[in-house]
Ligand binder design. Structure first.
Ligand code: SF4
Ligand code: SF4
Length: 401
């Protein structure tokens, strides 16, 4: 496991990270990962001040993906940024965006009114005044959380169990993804457990510079997951940022106790299903679904180094065609693209992806990350789904929950 503190000397200054950094390509004021990461870290270790330009880094991890020497550049940036905001103060806007779980808990009791209010021009002006972009629609809250719906499901009690970590976006905004995953796992003779006591994975806290709070979230989640990991029960995520956080950042960035044991049992849901397929254990009694899809591989999926398991699974469905868009970062980077002073950067980064999507006919675009789906829908007007929703269709009508 890479660690954030001890391998800046592995940097050979090759600048591959800078060549592939989506922010460097569109922002002149950002020095790029090589300079902002390992190069600046040497000076910071010697007492030099942190640079405000670190705020441009999206934590997309393309630098880490590219680096041939395994330098954890994004983690260096996130640590330095946390130091910077500690010294220089934070904005209300940044607190709100970093605490999406708190905001959702406040919003859910009045969900229909909250959704109406969030789209209201007066509210948007107020949000704009504190630095939240007025150009991007805010994600709507679902009428019922995933956890509430999960509590009412009657699953078949199969001997094979998996744990599901839903994360905030699926729980509050897109519960259908979690329900579709459970239907697919039931069709494959697995019972899904969602343990009590889970918190936000902590990604928005990390990018907002709240590392102590992110560490507290990690501790809480690891406490809820540790026993299952010890028993060898697979832990699944259906959001690539939650997955990367649990598999990598809890250890590499936050140094959380017990992180590596949980990480070793954590899988992206598509990776897990593909493994069932490769072992001949996937239920392949598919209903023909057909459909022409485009697939976007999220940066935090690519950072997991597991390839594009959804593409391989979708190829096994009768009548489905799927093309890999292969157009790099979509630009939203979680809460980054919601900031008024980052909106244009976010859309400029996504330009190549949007153009590729607009140039090809498709029934829908597929992406494993919730905020990538928001960005693609906003940038193109296309219908955007998690791949699990297409796979679920292939098991209907037998496995409707
Ligand atoms: S995390 Fe992304 S934006 Fe930040 S330096 Fe690395 S490649 Fe650039
Ligand atoms: S961090 Fe890695 S990719 Fe970037 S300059 Fe150093 S060795 Fe090259």
């Amino acid at each position: 496991m890479k660690t954030c503190n001890n391998n800046i000397d592995a940097c050979t200054t090759c600048a591959a990270c800078t060549a592939l950094c989506p922010v460097t390509a569109v922002v002149r004021d950002f020095p790029g990962p090589k300079m902002a990461g390992p190069a600046a870290e040497r000076f910071r270790k010697a007492g030099a001040p942190t640079d405000a330009a670190l705020a441009y880094c999206t934590n997309c991890k393309n630098c880490d993906i590219t680096c041939p020497s395994g330098v954890p550049v994004a983690a260096l940036n996130m640590r330095a940024r946390a130091e910077h905001v500690k010294k220089h103060g934070r904005r209300l806007r940044d607190w709100i965006l970093a605490h999406g779980e708190h905001m959702a808990k406040l919003a859910m009791p009045g969900q229909p009114l909250t959704n109406l209010g969030m789209a209201n021009p007066v509210t948007r002006q107020m949000l704009k005044a504190i630095g939240i972009s007025g150009s991007r629609p805010l994600p709507r809250y679902a009428p019922r959380t995933f956890l509430r719906q999960y509590g009412k499901l009657r699953q078949q009690p199969f001997a094979d169990k998996v744990v599901f970590f839903p994360g905030c976006f699926i729980n509050y905004n897109d519960p259908q993804v979690g329900l579709d995953l459970i239907a697919v796992l039931q069709a494959n003779r697995h019972q899904v457990i969602v343990p009590p006591g889970l918190a936000c994975c902590g990604v928005p806290l990390v990018t907002g510079g709240y590392l102590e709070e992110a560490a507290a979230a990690a501790k809480r989640n690891l406490a809820a997951l540790a026993d299952y990991a010890r028993q060898g029960v697979p832990i699944l995520t259906a959001c690539t940022s939650c997955g990367l956080m649990i598999q990598q950042e809890y250890d590499e960035l936050l140094g959380a106790e017990g992180a590596s044991e949980v990480a070793a049992r954590t899988y992206d849901a598509m990776e897990f299903l593909l493994e069932l397929h490769d072992r001949g254990r996937l239920n392949t009694a598919f209903t023909p679904v057909g459909g022409q899809y485009l697939y976007h591989a999220s940066c935090h999926l690519r950072a997991q180094g597991i390839g594009r398991p959804a593409l391989e699974l979708l190829a096994a469905l009768p009548g489905v065609t799927v093309a890999d868009l292969d157009a790099g970062c979509c630009g939203i980077a979680g809460s980054y693209g919601f900031k008024a002073d980052r909106y244009d950067i976010s859309m400029a980064i996504g330009r190549e992806l949007f153009a590729k999507i607009k140039a090809q006919p498709a029934d829908a675009v597929l992406a494993d990350c919730g905020t990538c789906r928001l960005q693609i829908a906003h940038g193109t007007g296309a219908k955007v789904l998690h791949p699990i929703s297409v796979i679920r269709k292939a098991y209907e009508p037998e496995y409707k929950l």
